[in-house]
Design a protein around this ligand. Sequence first.
Ligand code: SF4
Length: 367
Amino acid sequence: MSALKIPAKDLPKFRRRLLSWFAKRKRDLPWRRTKDSYRIWLSEIMLQQTRVAAVIPYYERFLEIFPNVHALASAPTDRIPTTWAGLGYYSRAKNLQSAAKEIVVRHSGEFPREYESALALPGVGRYTAAAVLSIAYDVPHAVLDGNVARVLARLFALRGDLRVPATWRKLEASAQELLAQKFPGDWNQAMMELGAIVCIPKSPHCDECPTEKLCRARKLGIAEKLPSARKKRAQVDVTLAAAVLLDPRGRTLLIRQLGGDGALFSHMWQFPALEAVGTDSMLAIAGYLREKLRLATNGNLLPLATARHAVTFRNIRIEPYMVRVVRLPRIVDTSIVALAEVPSMSISNATRKIADVAIAWHRLHSL
Ligand code: SF4
């Protein structure tokens, strides 16, 4: 593996070029007009797995509703999903509020300035901690995410899977060594910006690149081939059993975090459901209703049309069942709503698919 270093004599020139390119070419983004750590932290969380253009309207609306960390920490939990709905990966919003509460209680309402304390907050990993600390407080911590890793892999003509832990550690060390210590916030943003608009995954714009002359991949003519493709994770088939309880008034029961699979439903309101592992889905959901909701179904489960759903490496087959009940159970962390109203709520796509087949079935059987 090549040494991941720019020769010491070239390093000042490299830093100067990248910083002056960033000063001229950076996009004018709302979170770049502030040094407020709350706003910068919020933008970094929203930008995870989400494109800049998609984030901007959510970011602005979120700040109108929760303008500071105190407003977010004291907001009713129910308000967060409504404000976040549409951005996806809802666990980010949940962690954001948990972290806001910790910031208010333990850090006097200010995002902590120490790296370790920032890392201890829910939802804050190494990348986010380094980004917020460097941009808001000028703490010299280099960021490393997929974009920056791609830039480094090309600069140093580094082959192989970048996510292999030993390689990733090398990249972290290299990012830290390149960091312009006096301007860590601008430097980190410049590296990210380079990866986002010039050193893009396919067909990098090497002609416009401020670091072209020092780029080994460019010199070798292999920029487009790097980074090497990652080994694909094998797809896993999952069966999800779900129950749509229906009372004589057309109402159903939704639950939150009652033993459902958070990875599949993202902590939003959902129908009672579980992954059926090594057993028939009907038996699995009947057992679940008995244990969690104290509801005996006595074989009264009608299979509805199955639906397909894909989440990252999981192919999910959803097997929903209609369960007619005289009275819906009243339990903590559940909500009773009209079945027809479910699609208009903040729900995951999986829950929406179940609601659609259940509503279609209900219409047919109410004629
Ligand atoms: Fe990326 Fe090309 Fe710049 Fe190298 S020269 S860093 S490959 S854009």
